[in-house]
Write a protein that binds this ligand. Structure first.
Ligand code: NDP
Length: 444
C-alpha cells in the first residue's frame, strides 16, 4: 500500500469531503509500515474496503415548528464497518453536519471501538438540525420525524446509535420512544438511555472520566499526576462537564471552559459549586457560557478558543479542528506538558505535529475518549442479560478498559527513543483487529 496513492484515489472519488480525507490520511500514514508487512492485506485490497463505508443512508426530514412553518433538514446514517460487531456510534445534531463530517466520525469510530476490546463495529449519524434555540416540543417533533426514516436501518444486533454533539439524554429518550413505537419492541437499540429504561450508570460521565483515566496513565508513565496541575478545558457540554468533574476530584484545577460563542477564564478555578452552575446552565436552562462570567465576575472572550491561556494540560472537549498549529505553539510556549482529547479530531494535523515534535504527551480522541463508547458497550451487555450493574462496577470496568487502551498504544506506538506516539499506537492497534476479522470473513 502506498498511503499517498490510496488517499489520492479517495479524494478523486469523494471530492469536497475535507474532514473525511483528513481522518483517513492520519490513519493511513501511521499504519502504512505495519500494513506492508502483510502482503495478504494488499492482495485483498483491504485498505479501500476499510476506508470506504459499507453503506450510507441519506434522507430528508420534514417537521413543523412552533409557528406552524414546515421545516426540512437532512438526516444521515453512515454504517462504516461491522467486522467485529454491530455498527455502533453516536448521532450528532448540529447545523454544521454534513456527509464528510459523519464519514470521518464513522471511520474513526471503527478504530476506536476496536481499541475498547468490546465487540462493536463503527458507525455515525446525524442531521444538520440544531437544537439551539428550539423548544423541547420542536426537538421532539423533529426527532420523531428523523426516526420515521432511521428506524428501519438500526436494531440491537444491526446498528446501535448513541449521543454526540447536540444529542443528550433528552434526545436519546425521544429517539428511543419513537423507535419503540414503530417497532413495537423494547430493545437496547440505543445507548445513553435514561436509567429507568435500560440506561447504564456512569454512561453520562464515561467519556470525560475515561479521558482523565487515560491522562492519568500517561502522567503515571512520566512519574507525575494531576495534583496542582492547571487544566484548560474547551466545550461545556457532556464531555467537558465530566472531564472537569474528574479533574477536580483528582486534585487538578480547571480554569477555562467554552461554547461555540467564546470561552471563560477563571484564574481561581472552576470548583464543584461553579461546575454545578455550568451543568444547570447548559443542561437545564440551555444558556450561554458568557453567563458564567457575568455571575462570577471573570474574563469572557467572545469568538476565541482558550488555548492562549497558561496551563499545564489541555483537554479539548468541544469539536473537530478547534485547536490549530498556532494554538499548539502557544500551548507549548506556555509550558503545556500534555494534551488529551475528549472531542473527536479537535487538533489539526499541524497542531499534532507541533505536539509530537515537542515530545509532549499527546493522546488522540480515538484512544482518550473511547470511554464513552466503552460504557455504551457495557450498556448493551446489561440490556442483553437484562441486568444492571452498580456505578462502582461500571466505573471499575471503564478504568480497566482505559488502562488496556493505554497499554495497547504503548505497545504499538513506542518509538526508538522511547517517546510514545499515541496516534500511531492507537491506529495500528485498532486497525490490526479489524483487519484480521475482515480477512477471516472473506471478500465482502
Ligand atoms: P455536547 O453537545 O454536549 O457539547 C458540545 C460542546 O462543544 C458545547 O459546549 C458546544 O457549544 C461546543 N461546540 C459544538 N460545536 C462547536 C463548534 N463548531 N465550535 C465551537 N464549539 C462548539 O457534545 P459532547 O460533549 O457530547 O461532544 C463533544 C465532543 O466529544 C465531540 O467532538 C464529540 O464527537 C466527542 N465525543 C462525545 C462522546 C459522548 O459520549 N458524548 C463520546 C466520544 C467523543 P454550544 O453549547 O454553543 O453548542
Amino acid at each position: 500500500m502506498n498511503a499517498a496513492k490510496v488517499l489520492d484515489a479517495l479524494k478523486h472519488r469523494f471530492p469536497n469531503e475535507a474532514e473525511y480525507h483528513q481522518a483517513v490520511e492520519e490513519v493511513l500514514t501511521t499504519i502504512e509500515e505495519e500494513y506492508n508487512k502483510h502482503p495478504e492485506f494488499d492482495k485483498a485490497n483491504l485498505i479501500e474496503r476499510l476506508c470506504i463505508p459499507d453503506r450510507v443512508y441519506q434522507f430528508r426530514i420534514t417537521w413543523v415548528d412552533d409557528k406552524g412553518n414546515v421545516q426540512t433538514n437532512m438526516g444521515y446514517r453512515v454504517q462504516h464497518n461491522n467486522a467485529i460487531g454491530p455498527y455502533k456510534g453516536g448521532i450528532r445534531f448540529h447545523s454544521s453536519v454534513n456527509l464528510s463530517i459523519l464519514k470521518f466520525l464513522a471511520f474513526e469510530q471503527t478504530f476506536k471501538n476496536s481499541l475498547t476490546t468490546l465487540p462493536m463495529g463503527g458507525g455515525k449519524g446525524g442531521s444538520d438540525f440544531s437544537p439551539r434555540g428550539k423548544s423541547t416540543a420542536e426537538v421532539m417533533r423533529f426527532v420523531q420525524s428523523f426516526m420515521l426514516e432511521l428506524w428501519r436501518h438500526i436494531g440491537p444486533e444491526t446498528d446501535v446509535p448513541a449521543g454526540d454533539i447536540g444529542v443528550g439524554g433528552r434526545e436519546i429518550g425521544f429517539m428511543f420512544g419513537m423507535y419503540k413505537k414503530l417497532t413495537r419492541e423494547f430493545t437496547g437499540t440505543f445507548t445513553g438511555k435514561g436509567r429507568e429504561f435500560g440506561g447504564s450508570l456512569i454512561r453520562p460521565e464515561a467519556t470525560g472520566y475515561g479521558n482523565i483515566y487515560f491522562l492519568m496513565e500517561m502522567l503515571k508513565a512520566k512519574g507525575t499526576d494531576l495534583k496542582g496541575k492547571i487544566c484548560l478545558v474547551s466545550g461545556s457540554g457532556n464531555v467537558a462537564q465530566y472531564t472537569a468533574e474528574k479533574v477536580l476530584e483528582l486534585g487538578g484545577k480547571v480554569v477555562t471552559m467554552s461554547d461555540s460563542d467564546g470561552y471563560i477564564y477563571d484564574p481561581d478555578g472552576i470548583d464543584s459549586e461553579k461546575l454545578n452552575y455550568i451543568m444547570e446552565l447548559k443542561n437545564l436552562n440551555r444558556g450561554r457560557i458568557r453567563e458564567y462570567a457575568e455571575t462570577y465576575g471573570c474574563k469572557y472572550v467572545e469568538g476565541a478558543k482558550p488555548w492562549g491561556e497558561k496551563g499545564d494540560i489541555a483537554l479539548p472537549s468541544a469539536t473537530q479542528n478547534e485547536l490549530n498549529g498556532d494554538h499548539a505553539r502557544q500551548l507549548i510556549a506556555n509550558g503545556c506538558m500534555a494534551v488529551s482529547e475528549g472531542a473527536n479530531m479537535p487538533s489539526t494535523p499541524e497542531a499534532i505535529k507541533v505536539f509530537q515534535d515537542a515530545k509532549i504527551l499527546y493522546a488522540p480522541g480515538k484512544a482518550a475518549n473511547a470511554g464513552g463508547v466503552s460504557v455504551s458497550g457495557l450498556e448493551m451487555t446489561q440490556n442483553s442479560i437484562k441486568l444492571s450493574w452498580s456505578a462502582e462496577e461500571v466505573d471499575e470496568k471503564l478504568k480497566s478498559i482505559m488502562v488496556s487502551i493505554h497499554e495497547a498504544c504503548v505497545q504499538y506506538g513506542t518509538e526508538a527513543d522511547g517517546y510514545v506516539n499515541y496516534v500511531k499506537g492507537a491506529n495500528v492497534a485498532g486497525f490490526m483487529k479489524v483487519a484480521k476479522a475482515m480477512m477471516a470473513q472473506g471478500i465482502l
